[in-house]
Design a protein around this ligand. Structure first.
Ligand SMILES: [Zn+2]
Length: 268
């Protein structure tokens, strides 16, 4: 029975992944998320039900639009498959089962899904545009704040740690609104900090530190490969402006979270 449940969770995951791909496409282009049904960006043809089935439609259509033969980016296939796998791993982590499932673990599962949606969308937009979108960031901040309130109600531990958390959020927001925007300073770095802060509110401190170290290593490897393949001359100054930090941090956070969880399970 659990196998069927996990298949259903995987399918739900691919649908959520498909939605994340849609948001990552529409938000930076200033298209309203629910404005109209999914369509081909080249020939404007609206997709029918069968053409919208995640993963399978991509495979059957051979990664092309049925009408104008425009190539569909494999990015969407990757987001759908990865989200499906993430949901299954999360369900397993939080012991979601047909036989026994506590309300608490189900609620945390839902929070985790929302968190991963924010991570996926922020990373996907940053990869393509090297910007961290404020609206998606706000979505992440809101779910992390609601998650903190929930944790406080459940654990009823010291309120001070939560107050500290929220105060730092407010400081980051104030710096962004009153300093950077007023003097038109690029707010990318403050957005990255805000993104790391969202990660910190869902991951443990050690996981967050590992995430940053891994992201740093990944960027180093990327730069070394670029130098070797001579796409980037060593003499040319390496500019921070070309590197999508949010993308590296997001992807490394997903990997680190599941790796540490795997180690914990093996250590049991
Ligand atoms: Zn088309």
């Amino acid at each position: 029975m659990n196998v069927i449940l996990y298949i259903i969770i995987f399918i739900i995951g691919t649908i959520i992944g498909s939605f994340c791909g849609l948001v990552a496409y529409r938000v930076p282009r200033n298209i309203k998320i629910f404005e109209r049904r999914s369509y081909c960006p080249k020939c404007n043809h609206e997709l029918n039900f069968v053409e919208k089935i995640p993963i399978l439609s991509y495979i059957f259509l051979g990664g092309k639009c049925k009408y104008c033969k425009q190539k569909i980016s494999s990015k969407y296939l990757i987001i759908e498959a990865v989200t499906g796998i993430i949901l299954v791993l999360l369900a397993q982590t939080f012991d979601i089962s047909v036989y026994s499932c506590s309300l608490n673990s189900f609620i945390i599962f839902v929070f985790a899904v929302l968190y991963f949606m924010a991570i996926m969308i922020i990373s996907a937009i940053d990869k393509e545009y090297r910007t961290i979108d404020k609206k998606v960031l706000l979505f992440g901040v809101i779910i992390s704040l609601i998650f903190m309130i929930y944790q406080y109600i459940i654990n009823s531990t010291s309120i001070y740690s939560y107050i500290t958390y929220i105060s730092i959020y407010i400081i980051l927001l104030v710096v962004d609104t009153f300093l950077l925007r007023r003097y038109a300073i690029d707010s990318y770095i403050i957005n990255v900090l805000m993104f790391i802060y969202i990660i910190l509110s869902f991951s443990q401190v050690i996981v967050t530190i590992l995430t940053i170290i891994m992201a740093f290593l990944a960027i180093m490897i990327y730069l070394v490969i670029q130098v070797i393949t001579q796409k980037r001359s060593i003499k040319k100054k390496i500019s921070l402006k070309d590197i999508p930090l949010g993308f590296y941090i997001g992807v490394c956070n997903i990997i680190t979270l599941f790796m540490t969880n795997l180690f914990l399970q093996l250590a049991k």
